[in-house]
Design a protein around this ligand. Structure first.
Ligand code: ADP
Length: 336
């Protein structure tokens, strides 16, 4: 049966470009070691200590939780941990583990030191989450009407875009909590340089910086824009890469000079125009822009806040002066 599409296809394209992982492509560019992992200096150093300590003692790594918006490197770090410790990484996600039995199957397959990576761990259901407590602490699973299942001393690595949704008892069972932040232009440029070498794309420094500035502080987006720019230049610019061609390619995706995509801008301008600069609540705002509240909160707001364009107050979301100026200047530029 054909899939029913409710959103216009251009929006779908942009949404998938920014938020949905593209496994094959992400995989080919994913750093395998800490030396290749650019930026996030604080977390990198901490992870380095974790790895070295586990190697020195020959002990399995303690359970780790990484949080931050999508595409910043949480899955990449899980892979680096496994590679550095020469152990196996088993990847699953919160919604995929529906019943305690699913959890039992995953956990009982793990050998000592192996890593179970649970993406979107905040979406685990509560019953499964509670079974994880004894698995994480005592390495046993107590499933009713079943025997007590002893488990090998495994490591749980969780990733979440919403750490606030994890219960306190769950959070406290992780030995290490790391939060990833948006990347600066210089770190993104380094990532883009590495990716263009790996993909065999010839690109000048100015063009790299142009892409970096418009990547919403996110390596996954930077890499996808690089691929888009390569295609655009081949088809529309006779294969000649230049800063101008890059700008044109990105404008075609409706990404503005501050890196805001169509939905980021729609959210900001809606606060400014429809709600007089705010404050406005999440539900009302989401309805006004036609986006899921979860996506507004997990994907768009963190970036708008990091740009200093909006702030969250107890009464709702408000546009800052910088945000107001950005909307005005964009309109002047577009001649609207
Ligand atoms: P998350 O799990 O946080 O959604 P990923 O780990 O899947 O993000 O990262 C998305 C892609 O971005 C990776 O495949 C990798 O190519 C790239 N990436 C992420 N972080 C870095 C980094 N620090 N250095 C280089 N590339 C990175």
């Amino acid at each position: 049966m054909p899939e029913t599409q409710t959103t216009p296809s251009s929006e779908r394209f942009i949404e998938s470009l920014f938020t949905k992982p593209d496994e094959g492509f992400d995989h080919s560019l994913r750093p395998k070691s800490l030396a290749e992992f650019v930026g996030q200096e604080k977390i990198s150093e901490q992870v380095d200590v974790l790895i070295q300590a586990a190697q020195l003692r020959g002990d399995p790594l303690g359970h780790c939780l990484f949080s931050g918006p999508p595409g910043l490197g949480k899955t990449t770090i899980a892979g680096i941990l496994a590679n550095s410790l020469s152990t196996r990484l088993v990847v699953t996600s919160g919604p995929a583990i529906e019943r305690p039995a699913d959890l039992a199957i995953e956990l009982s397959k793990l050998k000592k030191g192996e890593i179970l990576f649970i993406d979107e761990i905040h979406r685990l259901n509560k019953i499964v989450e509670e079974y994880l407590y004894s698995a994480m602490e005592d390495f046993v699973l107590d499933i009713p009407k079943s025997t007590r299942i002893p488990l090998a001393h495994f490591t749980l690595v969780g990733a979440t875009t919403r750490p606030g949704l994890l219960s306190a008892p769950f959070r406290s069972r992780f030995q290490f909590l790391g939060r990833l932040d948006f990347y600066g232009v210089s770190a993104l440029s380094t990532i883009l340089l590495r990716s263009s070498r790996l993909l065999g794309i010839e690109i000048d420094q100015k063009s790299i910086e142009e892409i970096a500035r418009r990547s919403r502080g996110t390596p996954r987006i930077a890499n996808r824009l690089l691929r888009w720019v390569r295609d655009f230049v081949q088809i529309r610019a006779k294969g000649i890469m230049s800063q101008g061609a890059v700008q044109e390619a990105l404008e075609m995706l409706l990404i503005d000079a501050a890196g805001l995509d169509e939905m980021d801008f729609r959210i900001l301008s809606s606060i400014v125009d429809q709600f007089d600069g705010g404050p406005v609540g999440l539900q009302t705002l989401s309805m006004a822009v036609g986006e899921e509240p979860d996506t507004v909160e997990e994907v768009h707001e963190p970036f708008l806040i990091s740009c200093g364009f909006i702030k969250k107050t107890p009464r709702g979301r408000e546009a800052t002066q910088l945000g107001l100026d950005h909307v005005r200047n964009s309109r002047v530029k577009a001649g609207k």
